[in-house]
Design a protein around this ligand. Structure first.
Ligand code: HEC
Length: 192
């Protein structure tokens, strides 16, 4: 038993000693780059961002996207700011998400609580906290008028704002805008 421990200690000591020797001869110094093992990932042939690049006429590595390119998930809207344009959005834009998905409705509820309920109230009645502190009250989302607003027009209102309501296009993601509309529809249905 004792012999085993002695052997293990000697072997371990030898191993550590070898490491120290290796470090000495390979010149490992923590404050400068030394022996590189497998450098392929750190040093590859690709040009680094913002470095000069002889392959392109303008000499830059980063190139502009091709004219008309659209980033995934960022479908642009082409609407101006007017009542006519809001109407056109109401006619043209279609809600791509069905209201019967529980996950989407849950998401819509969350978005509503964060971005809309502050003014429109948790129940949609237009008595949110911000309104209680003096912000112009929106009309209740449960009224006939709001029920008649097409999904597309609501999407337009959220994106661009509407009279006293600020625009939320830059805060609320594209899909979230549709989810929140589905949630508002649910609020309306529950309040016949
Ligand atoms: C800062 C307060 C505020 C926030 C936040 C807000 N709204 Fe509004 N909203 C208003 C006001 C005020 C109006 C009424 C605009 C007017 O007629 O001047 C309005 C109007 C609306 C209308 C039209 C209602 C109608 O009957 O004409 C809809 C739909 C609407 N908001 C949806 C939303 C949604 C969805 C959100 C969240 C993404 C949201 N709003 C966030 C203040 C807000």
């Amino acid at each position: 038993m004792m012999k085993k421990y002695v052997l293990a200690t000697v072997l371990l000591g030898g191993f550590i000693g070898t490491l120290f020797l290796a470090a000495k001869y390979l010149g490992v110094e923590p404050d400068r780059l030394n022996y590189e093992y497998f450098p392929d990932m750190a040093r590859n042939f690709a040009y680094k961002a913002q470095s000069p690049n002889p392959f392109f006429r303008n000499g830059r590595t980063e190139q502009r996207p091709v004219e008309g390119a659209i980033a995934r998930g960022f479908m642009p809207l082409h609407y101006g700011l007017s009542e006519e344009e809001a109407k056109r959005a109401g006619r043209e834009l279609r809600n791509p998400f069905k209201s019967d998905s529980t996950a989407n409705l849950e998401r819509g509820k969350r978005v509503y609580e964060i971005y809309c309920g502050t003014c429109h109230g948790a129940a949609g009645d237009g008595k949110g906290l911000v309104v209680q502190h003096g912000y112009p009250a929106p009309p209740s989302l449960l009224l006939e008028n709001a029920r008649a607003i097409e999904d597309g027009r609501m999407f337009y209102i959220i994106t661009y704002g509407f009279k006293n309501m600020p625009a939320y296009g830059s805060q609320v993601a594209h899909d979230d805008r549709w989810y929140v509309i589905n949630f508002i529809r649910q609020l309306q249905e529950n309040q016949q």
